[in-house]
Design a protein around this ligand. Structure first.
Ligand code: F6R
Length: 258
């Protein structure tokens, strides 16, 4: 796993945005896996700027979001549909038909989840998957103890996720939906490249366990150690509990000088 440590959030987002821009220039029909949450907001801002100011063309790009709450309407201010429209989709030229977000409109979740997986396969698989990480090490809404072989499915959110996300629901933990649809861990692992982004001290323990700890379903992100092409881009605060910082920095410096 490549680990890139940067001084601040903006630089993390810039590196991720440059990787995505270069990939789109090389393959205009790129398939992007997208995350929500506070971490990728700066990345979306930079991609929007690249579209607006430099003409980066998303017209052939297809996207698949990791997850969505179950039990709130799609147009709820805190739904991930609303989040994506507000931070990204309303500002770039990705055709609506190419935008995919898990959605809770039918009662038949199993059928929906199977069709979501099928759509990813039909699109040729995810080229680049953007990931954030929960303070407990979750990716997508794959909570602690999720099967490392899990596929897209309906899940119950952990207390730690409910508490972390309460900030978006007027700090009322009871207002946060209890359940969500999420891509599975095995689904994420099939992406050709993963970009794991994290910033802040609150993520330092999860990052240390995910990168340097044992691979375990108790830290779902630790499975990325088995992914052949994951780049973890984090700030110094998030790197503060890593033991191999000197090596990661030297390795990145050597890569830049190639
Ligand atoms: C959201 C998602 C989650 C978040 C994680 C971190 O689509 O996949 O796994 O990435 O909860 O959230 P933030 O970035 O808000 O700290």
């Amino acid at each position: 796993m490549e680990v890139i440590i940067q001084p601040n959030h903006h630089q993390i987002a810039s590196i991720a945005a440059n990787i995505i821009r270069d990939a789109i220039l090389k393959k205009p029909n790129l398939v992007l896996g997208l995350a929500t949450g506070s971490t990728p907001i700066e990345l979306y801002k930079i991609l929007v700027r690249m579209h607006r100011d430099d003409g980066l063309d998303f017209s052939d790009v297809t996207t698949f979001n990791l997850d969505e709450y179950v039990g709130i309407p799609l147009d709820h201010p805190q739904s991930y549909h609303t989040f994506m429209a507000h931070h990204f989709f309303d500002h770039v030229n990705i055709p609506k038909a190419n935008q995919h977000i898990p959605q809770n409109i039918s009662d038949n979740h199993e059928e929906f989840c199977a069709s979501y997986e099928e759509k990813i396969v039909c699109a040729g698989g995810i080229d680049i998957q953007i990931l954030g990480i929960g303070t407990d090490g979750h990716i997508g809404f794959n909570e602690v103890s999720s099967s490392l072989a899990s596929r897209t499915r309906i899940v119950t959110l952990s207390q730690s996720t409910l508490e972390a996300n309460a900030i978006h629901f007027n700090c009322d933990v009871n207002a946060v939906p209890q359940m969500a649809l999420t891509m599975g861990i095995a689904t994420i692992m099939e992406a050709k490249k993963c970009l794991l982004l994290a910033c802040g001290t609150s993520k330092s323990q999860a990052i240390a366990k995910a990168i340097e700890g044992p691979i375990t379903s108790m830290v779902p992100a630790s499975i990325l150690q088995m992914h052949p092409n994951t780049v973890t881009i984090i700030d110094e605060a998030a790197s503060s509990m890593l033991s191999e910082v000197e090596y990661y920095n030297r390795s990145y410096a050597n890569m830049l000088s190639l």
